[in-house]
Write a protein of this length. Structure first.
Length: 565
């Protein structure tokens, strides 16, 4: 049985292929069309997934789409009649836009298949089920509490429930505009960032501020009742009108003048970010406690855009009653393509669970021959290196910044050692150097460490593995001076733990760096510049290499260097 999973309705359009319960390929459209967080229909991703799976359109049995537009219409209409001033934006967003997205799907379907009767069966699946249940079905747990938190799906903004074997049960949902995702999008806009796009920047800014300056005011804005339902004081916001600024005049009166993009940060911007981040953590910990008391489950499956807030995840690991949590590598809307396919396979069709999504490397890989052809086509010189890992480790030890392009591409927003920029975290100036000369982004932005799964506890206080870089922990105090370039101002780090079985080359380069320097930790950031998707192809890698301050590019077994490196 072959299932094509699709996400294209909101953002981060993605396609995947699941064959007999195994994830064969998954690719985000942005990596191919080069439009970050694209909403375009994922035609390029579909074609690439078919190629990787070595199948054709005629082989597809089912198509699972991560949206069901007819869901929650009662709640939508109740909201509309209460907010008649939002009538036209509502119609545009939920009717005109929905019709256009559905029409785009069926146009594509008609181009590929002769008829609905002869083509694969199409399943439109509720958005939060693709987040929550889809994540549960690919988790390592047979039984778990389930939590989905995002801006909104069809209309829901949270999903609380329980999963066991092939079934999921919902306990509670919150509905728009009562949304923790929208709550955080508003402060992202206030800080001068792009909402529903740059929330990671807000998370990184928060440690620069003092949360106590505004904590009392922010705590009043959002509450959670005994059942886990979210309640927002909408008088401080404007996002509920689906048009214009997300913050109201009352918000500005309470928290001060918003930052305009490009301006310097003022202290109150950082303090507001810190307070919103802390309250987000507090409310999610409240919900986790409610879920635990309801389910008494040992484990938690967390999903939705808010689950990309790795600081929250780190606190849940340390402070919640759960023994462990699973967050899939593409926990945002990109992962709903995978979630839709698995909700269909396990939840609807009733097939037994036979897959754990613990391997994020499910995209395209390129052979040395393919890489050499691109290098020659660009009339560039490259040296073939038999032991590329040792050479890379030596260059890192000397303080070079290296583009690292190896193996199949990762799925999800984090570079995990296939399409990464690497540096030695022992150099104190390395963070500022990469931000200024390579990434071209805000100076405060932190970088993440990758450490060997065998030895990460020698440097970090995380008690569980973090293979997808979605849990923030603390750098041990006696080790912070050894790896200053990945230690944030509050002593934290967004850690990735690296297993040899999943990525042998990446594991080896970190291991060899450790043998050379005594520190088996590497600075890892995504192979791109600010505002662009992560590189996907050798051509993308060459373009990024020559347009930034990178010193070397290790691509397959080939090494390219700048003239002054």
């Amino acid at each position: 049985m072959i299932i094509l999973g699709l996400n294209y309705y909101f953002h981060d359009s993605t396609a995947c292929i699941v064959k007999d319960g195994k994830l064969i390929a998954a690719i985000e459209e942005e990596r191919l069309n080069r439009d970050k967080h694209t909403q375009a229909f994922p035609i390029m991703a579909i074609e690439r997934c078919l190629k990787l799976a070595n199948i054709s359109y005629e082989d597809i049995d089912h198509i699972a789409v991560s949206i069901k537009p007819t869901t929650n219409w009662k709640q939508k209409l109740v909201y509309l009649f209460k907010h008649l001033g939002s009538f036209m934006p509502f119609i545009g967003h939920y009717l005109v836009n929905a019709y256009a997205k559905q029409r785009r799907f069926w146009i594509w379907y008609g181009q590929q298949f002769k008829s609905k009767e002869k083509g694969p069966k199409v399943h439109f699946i509720e958005h939060h089920l693709t987040h929550v249940a889809g994540s549960f079905f690919v988790s390592p747990y047979e039984e778990a509490a389930l939590l989905g938190i995002d801006g909104s799906g069809e209309w829901a903004t949270s999903w609380l429930g329980y999963g066991k074997n092939n079934t999921v049960t919902r306990f509670e949902q919150s509905y728009f505009p009562h949304s923790l995702g929208s709550f955080y999008e508003a402060v992202t806009e206030f800080c001068g960032f792009r909402p529903n796009y740059d929330e990671g920047k807000t998370m990184g800014l928060a440690p620069m501020g003092n949360p106590n300056t505004f904590i009392d005011e922010v705590r009043k804005l959002v509450t959670v009742d005994k059942s886990g339902k979210i309640k927002i004081d909408l008088s401080y916001f404007n996002y509920q009108h689906i048009v214009g600024k997300r913050c109201s005049d009352k918000f500005y009166k309470t928290f001060g003048k918003p930052r305009v993009h490009g301006e310097e940060f003022e202290q109150h911007h950082m303090d507001v970010a810190a307070a919103f981040q802390k309250v987000l953590e507090e409310r999610l910990l409240e919900i986790c406690e409610i879920l635990y008391q309801k389910t008494k489950a040992k484990f938690l499956v967390l999903s939705g855009g808010v689950s990309l807030n790795s600081v929250v995840n780190g606190r849940i690991v340390k402070e919640s009653p759960f023994e462990g949590i699973y967050v899939m590598p593409a926990a945002g809307d990109n992962g709903t393509a995978i979630g839709a396919a698995y909700y269909l396979y396990n939840g609807i069709l009733g097939n037994p669970r036979n897959f754990v999504h613990d391997d994020p490397y499910v995209g395209t890989s390129y052979t040395n021959e393919e890489i050499k052809k691109v290098i020659d086509g660009a009339k560039l010189e490259a040296e073939y290196i038999d032991d590329i890992c040792q050479k890379t480790a030596d260059l890192l030890a000397e303080g070079n910044i290296i583009g690292w392009f190896q193996g199949p591409m990762e799925i999800g927003p984090r570079a995990l050692g296939s399409r990464s920029i690497l540096a030695n975290p022992a150099f104190p100036q390395m963070k500022d150097k990469i931000n200024a000369e390579v990434k071209f982004r805000e100076a405060y932005r932190p970088f993440a460490p990758s450490a060997l799964v065998e030895s990460y506890k020698d440097f970090f206080d995380l008690k569980v593995e973090a293979p997808f870089m979605l849990k923030v922990c603390n750098v041990l105090k006696d080790k912070q001076h050894l790896i200053p370039a990945i230690t944030h101002v509050d002593g934290s780090a967004r850690l990735q733990t690296v297993k040899k079985e999943l990525h042998p080359r990446y594991h080896e380069v970190i291991q060899k760096l450790g043998e050379r320097t005594g520190i088996p930790v590497v600075l890892n950031t995504s192979f791109n510049i600010q505002g662009e998707p992560v590189v996907e192809s050798p051509k993308d890698a060459l373009r990024c290499f020559y347009s930034t301050g990178l010193d070397y590019l290790a691509i397959g077994n080939y090494l390219l260097r700048k003239r002054n490196s």
